[in-house]
Ligand binder design. Structure first.
Ligand code: PEP
Length: 254
């Protein structure tokens, strides 16, 4: 049994002070249990808020912190970017890679996703690889083609024998920030495709070690149903993760 992972992507919200307020309220709302070797509540604040998040989280191993984006170079003349090693030093242990806003707003390509996955693993960050189709691609019957292509590109960045597995988040682009949630049948189908592909490209053992999260308008009212779907190992939450009460309610559904 893979433990359920509840992840919050704060996007460009919550500076350092708001981050401290979030954690104090979250801990008064919810006491995460820690039963495994890996954290099961992941928070991705803006990079500038990572030190505040690390300080507020204290010594609680059940909470993992991540960066929302990294550059694949370790340093250089790359204004505005952060390397994986910098994220690690600021308290991150995870990195979102290929989020749909990075792909569709900032033009991130599959080839860059591969480089970012490789850079994250090289620096001991666990990548959380986001894949998902647009509405046009879904209407055109291309869901499998798109998510398999995106997954394959990311897997090229994972060295054979990598000790820590990656996480994958299936996030249909049309469901992100729109209030539209994929049906549980759509989610089961997409997660099944991803699990099968992980087995085909690597091995059954590898595939079984990869948590596949669903993301797209998850909220307290739908989290339990989504978490009950076959092959859904957790959720990646955007808007509803900004509020400590609502994120706590979602975390309780896991
Ligand atoms: C996300 O940004 O990854 C996301 C799923 O956003 P929302 O929950 O707001 O749709």
């Amino acid at each position: 049994m893979r433990p359920k992972v509840i992840a919050g992507n704060w996007k460009m919200h919550h500076g350092p002070s708001a981050t401290r307020r979030f954690f104090s309220r979250f801990f008064s709302e919810f006491s995460p249990r820690f039963e495994g070797a890996e954290p099961t509540i992941l928070i991705f604040p803006p990079a500038i808020s990572l030190p505040a998040a690390a300080e507020s989280r204290g010594g609680r191993p059940e909470i993992g912190l991540g960066i929302q984006n990294i550059h694949w170079e370790s340093k250089g003349a790359l204004t505005g970017e952060h390397s994986a090693s910098m994220a690690l030093a600021a308290g991150a242990r995870f990195a979102l890679v290929g989020h749909s806003e990075r792909r569709h707003v900032f033009g991130e390509t599959d080839a860059q996703v591969e480089l970012k996955v490789a850079a994250a693993i090289r620096e001991s960050l666990t990548p959380v690889v986001c894949v998902g189709e647009t509405l046009d691609e879904r209407r055109g019957g291309q869901v499998e083609e798109v998510i398999v292509r995106q997954l394959d590109a990311a897997l090229l960045g994972v060295p054979e024998g990598a000790k820590k597995p990656i996480l994958v988040a299936y996030e249909p682009v049309w469901a992100i920030g729109t209030g539209e949630t994929a049906t549980t049948d759509d989610v089961a189908e997409a997660h099944g495709i991803l699990r099968r592909r992980l087995t085909e490209v690597r091995s059954d053992g590898f595939a079984q070690g990869v948590a596949i999260l669903y993301g797209g308008s998850v909220k307290p009212g739908n989290a339990a149903d989504l978490l009950a779907v076959a092959d859904v190992d957790g959720v990646l939450v955007g808007a509803a993760s900004l509020d400590p009460e609502s994120f706590a309610r979602i975390a309780e559904s896991g």
